[in-house]
Design a protein around this ligand. Structure first.
Ligand SMILES: Nc1nc2c(ncn2[C@@H]2O[C@H](COP(=O)(O)OP(=O)(O)O)[C@@H](O)[C@H]2O)c(=O)[nH]1
Ligand SMILES: Nc1ncnc2c1ncn2[C@@H]1O[C@H](COP(=O)(O)OP(=O)(O)O)[C@@H](O)[C@H]1O
Length: 207
């Protein structure tokens, strides 16, 4: 899993956002990227799941078939990949390099298998876990989001239980943020990243 290519281009420290599906990762990272659009860049993953209404190919994900995804994995194009809820997901080397080439803080939204695998690379990100206040709240948010079939929802809830246990393992995450009130959670996220944000802003001003 060690990979020199991502390190060679290293600028600011990347950020990993993980946590159960429905915890609020996309909501928080979209807010962050809106407020700091010249600071952060999103690592656009590949996935075999279908796009949801409003999602854009190349922006939210690169939507690919299983055949294409597997061929690219076999070709060594991915830093990490995993199967989540029956679909394949993965971070390509290009996804991270594209962001790092612009000297932006690269944000990865990945599941816990991704976290384990990234820990075996030399990417050295800040690991942040976004957690829901409870399973009941998580289920309500996922249902209200209206993106999942009952089957997909159940798979996500099952994965969430495992995820919530895993995130308690000491040393797994640098920071755990409970996303109860959105503004509070966003404030904590900014607080965690402010040092890195200011570094990127300073470089931007002097160039
Ligand atoms: N390992 C890994 N997980 C990913 C990647 N991209 C997305 N995921 C995770 O896959 C899970 C499902 O993502 P998605 O289908 O977008 O559903 P959502 O999290 O419910 O919005 C989430 O936990 C994501 O963090 C990736 O490139 N690698
Ligand atoms: N603090 C919050 N309070 C209430 N609803 C929230 C909060 N954070 C996120 N949501 C909603 O919960 C749902 C899941 O959030 P989302 O960002 O899609 O999660 P994830 O990307 O982790 O799967 C979305 O409909 C979102 O609008």
């Amino acid at each position: 899993m060690r990979d020199a290519t991502t390190k060679a281009m290293a600028g600011p420290r990347p950020v990993v956002l993980s946590g159960p599906s429905g915890a609020g990762k996309s909501t928080l990272l979209k807010k962050l990227m809106k407020e700091y659009d010249s600071v952060f860049g999103f690592s656009v993953s590949h996935t075999t799941r279908n796009p949801r209404p409003g999602e854009e190919n190349g922006k939210d994900y690169h939507y690919v078939t299983r055949e294409v995804m597997q061929a690219r994995i076999d070709n060594g194009e991915f830093i990490e990949n995993a199967v989540f809820s029956g679909n394949m997901y993965g971070t390509s080397k290009a996804a991270v390099q594209d962001v790092q080439a612009k000297n932006l803080i690269c944000i990865l939204d990945i599941d816990m298998q991704g976290v384990r695998n990234i820990k075996r690379t030399d990417l050295s990100p800040i690991y942040i876990s976004i957690q829901p206040p409870s399973m009941a709240v998580l289920e309500k948010r996922l249902r209200d989001r209206k993106t999942e079939s009952e089957e997909s929802l159940q798979k996500r809830l099952h994965a969430a239980k495992v995820d919530m246990e895993f995130s308690k393992e000491p040393g797994m995450f640098d920071v755990i943020i409970i996303n109860e009130d959105l503004e509070d959670a966003y404030g904590k996220l900014k607080e965690t990243l402010i040092e890195e944000i200011n570094k990127v802003k300073k470089v931007g001003m002097s160039s």
